[in-house]
Design a protein around this ligand. Structure first.
Ligand code: IMP
Ligand code: MG
Length: 172
């Protein structure tokens, strides 16, 4: 049986999300902000983040995946859902659950920049830096870890554990 070791409790996650939402609300005051959630993992984070914002935003999603049922990146990104909001001249904030190699994010930044927005920035719940392969700047991040495979609060392993309110280190 895989072992789940607690990393972040629900209450701590909520404080982090509220604090990052406060910064975003102040940085994007009087702007036209579009949040782009990266499915599926970011759905819980985005829904909590959006409800803590005090500015109006539009919301859309992309579906990008690089992981099969393994815990290491295949390196190949597949975009199975593009956005349908027009982001031309708008401020775009990518909302991602966790950044590992950075390959998914680099791909998404290039894709969104090709749609001529005013700006593209990134908000990640977790910055997992040990295996970073690309230079990508996380403008907002809630928590940093070196390594390990995390599940819960939207993050999955082979589609399991997304529903858990806390975040755990999965030991296979
Ligand atoms: P990257 O392209 O290697 O940065 O991987 C980013 C994507 O892989 C994220 O959007 C996650 O969906 C998934 N991922 C990376 N690390 C983890 C993890 O520890 N738990 C669950 N999903 C992960
Ligand atoms: Mg993801």
């Amino acid at each position: 049986m895989p072992e789940l070791v607690l990393v972040l409790k629900k209450d701590d996650i909520e404080k982090m999300v509220a604090s990052v939402a406060h910064r975003i609300s102040s940085d994007y005051k009087d702007r036209e902000l579009v949040l782009i959630g990266v499915l599926k993992g970011a759905f819980v984070f985005l829904s909590d983040l959006a409800r803590h914002l005090t500015i109006p935003v539009k919301i859309d999603f992309v579906n990008a995946s690089s992981y099969g049922s393994d815990t290491t990146s295949s390196g190949e990104i597949h975009l199975s859902r593009e956005i349908d909001i027009d982001v031309k001249d708008k401020d775009v904030l990518i909302v991602e659950d966790i950044v590992d190699t950075g390959l998914t994010l680099t791909y998404l930044i290039d894709y969104l920049k090709s749609l001529n927005p005013r700006s593209v920035k990134v908000c990640a719940l977790i910055d997992k830096h040990e295996r970073r392969k690309t230079k990508c700047n996380l403008d907002y991040s809630c928590h940093e870890v070196d390594k390990g495979f995390l599940v819960g609060y939207g993050l999955d392993y082979s589609e399991d554990y997304r529903h858990l309110p806390d975040i755990y280190h999965l030991k296979l």
